[in-house]
Design a protein around this ligand. Structure first.
Ligand code: MN
Length: 643
């Protein structure tokens, strides 16, 4: 066999580290001796290529060694224990991690079918491994990338399977790690092999528009260089970026299949020395080209959850043609292209000496907060299924950012509600949530949040979550906290609370216990509510699913008719002719009965002074009553004879 080399920048490592890499290479060559790839080349070509990719991405010498050795345990008699003894525990663990990480997806019928299908067990392994040491994931990506690059050698069936699997798992993984360039390459290869027909269609569309787009971009570039020179702004470089084929495919439906309407098909990318110049350049561009206001995006001030930073603007450029322009610094550019790897790279360059001593390479970099949450999730989840469901969402779902009123940024999965936000802030806030203000307006807790919403949670003093909440929270964290709370409460306590609430109102009609309600009436009412038993009813009331007043109106026919006064030996009755009339601070002031608790005589009352709509009258102790003490008003039922 010819002498094998690993091509990488040897200056990045110390002599002893380079020595170790050489030894790992020798070991791999010997271990894979005689094995051949589908391409007909010696097998060891593959681990060498993986090590080169890993080195190119800026990872440390241990990761490069693990890249060289990554298939040794799987495909040769060598064991992980032997590797640990020979190359140290760290390298051995990395190889073990990569070996155990068998990610696979089951085939899907169509490219756009919605469900992600990574098998639970494998996804769990992926996540466990990822939270321990990120280098495992990066090596795994390098492994997949090289396999994708050489996929042509395999038979068509396997190409399709591996292509689709890459779209499902490895593309999103690269994205979550912030490795934009790798993501695009994996997705485009995955798309080409996984869905050859669709790929060809997109390729043809791109070809048809490429010439025109190229000429246009050249014109924009020339003009922009002129504008910036005139303003005396120094630029590192200007380049054109072509959108990935798979991204184009996913976006085609939004533009009715008309590729000319896809404004970011090609973008102009301006790389400038520092952040201040980024904003300056955006200002200069807007002086010459009218921007589409809603497409101005400041990902420098508000980075994407994977750490991506840049300014984006879409303008009417030369000839009025709509064009996307991205502005960023060289550091932002590197981070966008190489993500986590760039993070390691910069760490390495801070001080090369210190780097070689550095032990904690696997620590969580900023912008990868999701990984930390996964660790928490794993600790708090009840069942494995719950964990995997949640994890799938955390890792593969699209993200949403919202703000607290103080401006703290929260990163939530798409479809999240104010309640998910509340639990993300703190479990206590979630459990005590009463309502939410989104961009200053009160909304229901189940409303879907939008990007950049400012969310404020209105809380009550005590925890009183509703079972309904389980029906709409999206994050596994919120769900698991709610489950835990309900479990700790126990059904018996709920039944007792709900029963008490209903019976307190029933007492006004001379009924002391729910059992005194005629059986037929109760049965019909339960049926109407789709409840099975009186206990279920009590639980529903305790959870806030039904108000006690509404229950009583259903159970006691008289309660439905306001004119008829309750019986039951009460010596206080509301004033004649104005039944149910309420006095506010002893006066006849405009008021309305709160729809949340629907007060009925003789429940004790309290008023809340609204802005412009008079006083809203609640039952004392109503959970939905705002807690602004200064705006409370004394209220009572107006009784005949003695006001
Ligand atoms: Mn491999």
């Amino acid at each position: 066999m010819n002498k094998m080399f690993v091509r990488y920048d040897r200056n990045r490592f110390s002599d002893s580290q380079n020595q170790l890499i050489d030894e790992a290479l020798e070991f791999a060559v010997r271990a894979h001796e005689g094995q051949v790839r589908a391409t007909g080349q010696p097998y060891v070509i593959h681990p060498i290529a993986v090590a080169e990719i890993v080195a190119d991405w800026g990872l440390d010498h241990e990761a490069v060694m693990a890249g060289l050795l990554h298939d040794v345990v799987e495909d040769t008699p060598v064991t992980a224990a032997e590797l640990k003894k020979r190359f140290g525990a760290k390298v051995g663990e990395l190889v073990e991690g990569v070996t155990k990480l068998r990610l696979s997806a089951t085939p899907r019928p169509a490219v756009d079918s919605p469900r992600s299908v990574a098998s639970n067990e494998n996804l769990r392994k992926l996540l466990l491994a990822s939270t321990k040491d990120y280098r495992v994931l990066v090596i795994k990506l390098a492994d997949r990338l090289h396999n994708m690059r050489t996929l042509a050698a395999l038979d068509p069936d396997r190409r399709v399977r591996i292509g689709r699997e890459s779209l499902e798992i490895y593309g999103p993984l690269a994205d979550r790690l912030g490795m934009g360039r790798v993501k695009t390459e994996i997705e485009d290869l995955g798309f080409e092999y996984g869905y050859p027909g669709e790929y060809e269609a997109v390729a043809q569309l791109v070809r048809s528009s490429a010439k025109k787009a190229g000429r246009h971009l050249a014109g924009v570039k020339r003009a922009v260089v002129g504008f910036l020179a005139e303003a005396g702004v120094g630029v590192v470089r200007i380049e054109a970026r072509q959108k990935g084929y798979y991204s184009i495919y996913k976006k085609l439906a939004k533009v009715d299949g008309d590729i000319d309407k896809m404004y970011d098909l090609v973008a102009v990318r301006i790389i400038v020395p520092d952040v201040a110049v980024c904003y300056q350049v955006m200002g200069i561009l807007h002086q010459h080209y009218k921007p589409l206001i809603y497409r101005i995006k400041d990902y420098i001030a508000v980075p994407k959850p994977n750490g991506y930073q840049s300014l984006h603007t879409t303008v009417f450029a030369e000839g009025g043609r709509i064009t996307e322009i991205q502005i960023r610094t060289p550091q932002m550019h590197e981070a966008a292209e190489f993500g986590l790897a760039a993070h390691f790279y910069y760490e390495a360059h801070k001080s090369t000496r210190a780097y070689s001593e550095r032990k904690v390479v696997g620590a969580v970099p900023r912008g990868l907060d999701w990984a930390r949450r996964l660790t928490l999730l794993q600790k708090s989840s009840g069942t494995e299924e719950e964990f995997v469901e949640g994890a799938r969402l955390e890792l593969f779902g699209d993200r949403l950012f919202v703000f607290s009123p103080k401006g703290d940024l929260y990163d939530l999965p798409e479809g999240s509600t104010p309640l998910d936000f509340a639990f993300a802030v703190h479990s206590e806030v979630g459990l005590k949530a009463l309502g939410a203000r989104v961009n200053g307006r009160m909304v229901q807790l189940d409303r879907r949040l939008e990007n950049r919403d400012v969310v404020e949670i209105v809380t009550r003093r005590v925890s009183a979550p509703s079972r309904d909440w389980l029906g709409f929270v999206v994050t596994a964290h919120a769900r698991s906290r709610l489950r835990a709370w309900f479990k700790s409460q126990g059904r018996a306590a709920h039944v007792a609370t709900g029963r008490q609430e209903v019976e307190r109102v029933l007492a006004a009609w001379g009924i002391k216990r729910l059992e005194e309600v005629p059986k037929a009436v109760m049965a019909e009412a339960l049926d109407g509510w789709h409840l099975r038993s009186v206990d279920d009813l009590a639980v529903t009331v305790a959870d806030g699913g039904l108000s006690a007043a509404a229950v009583v109106r259903r159970l006691v026919p008289e309660a439905r008719v306001a004119e008829v006064m309750p019986s039951g030996g009460l010596d206080q009755r509301p004033a004649e002719g104005v039944p149910g009339k309420v006095l506010v601070e002893g006066e006849e002031l405009p008021y309305s009965l709160a729809p949340c608790c629907e007060p009925v005589f003789p429940q004790p009352l309290v008023g809340y002074v609204t802005r412009g709509r008079g006083v809203t009258v609640h039952v004392q102790g109503c959970r939905n009553m705002p807690r602004d003490v200064e705006r409370l008003a004394a209220c009572r039922w107006r009784l005949s004879g003695r006001n």
